[in-house]
Design a protein around this ligand. Sequence first.
Ligand SMILES: [Zn+2]
Length: 237
Amino acid sequence: MIKTMLQRLREEVLEANLELTRRGLVLYTFGNASGISREKGLIVIKPSGIPYENLGPEHLVVTDLGGKVVEGELRPSSDLPTHLFLYEAFPEIGGVAHTHSEYATAWAQARQPIPCLGTTHADSFHGPVPVTAAMTEQDIACSYEENTGRAIVRAMEHLDYKAVPAILVANHGPFTWGPDPGMAAHHAVILEAVARTAYLTITINPAAQPIGSALHDKHYLRKHGSNAYYGQKKGKK
Ligand SMILES: [Zn+2]
């Protein structure tokens, strides 16, 4: 019964997971995407350790908001508690994605936020992409995945999670989110491109400066918010 009700979300989550691998963001099984039905209070997430090429909508795992498996034979991704924490803290998100994509992970390992050096970044992320504080031994020893979520939320405390839908977890890798699973994956793809270009930019010129606020706001606000005008009007084909 639930399977039928969540069929669409299952397909969206499957598609988000496949997008991560298609774009080369995921080695083996190092990544996961999920989606939430706020209405039903249920999460759909990739199962743990299953190769993407074998993944079908029926393999995805449905859990409640406490992480209890409601439907599915397989164990959910071990990062489920991080996803759950983000869904609770960021009430308007509908999807979460996590990868160990190369350049974003390099910034995460360097524990450096990604500065906004150009308009590709400004189009999707309104400001630098932050990095969490390093986790303590205690955070790691007990409830590690949930504490990862806690570290993310702490680092986002003074930021608008809708305007900056990405974070680097120190010494680990990126988490991204969005209004649905597809947008969460999309942000993971853009983040990797932005991380790579930022790396190249400062390699060419270590003194490269962040984009000015006028250009930054112009690019972000023409795509987002009430005065957005980029692309086609909703409903137009
Ligand atoms: Zn990871």
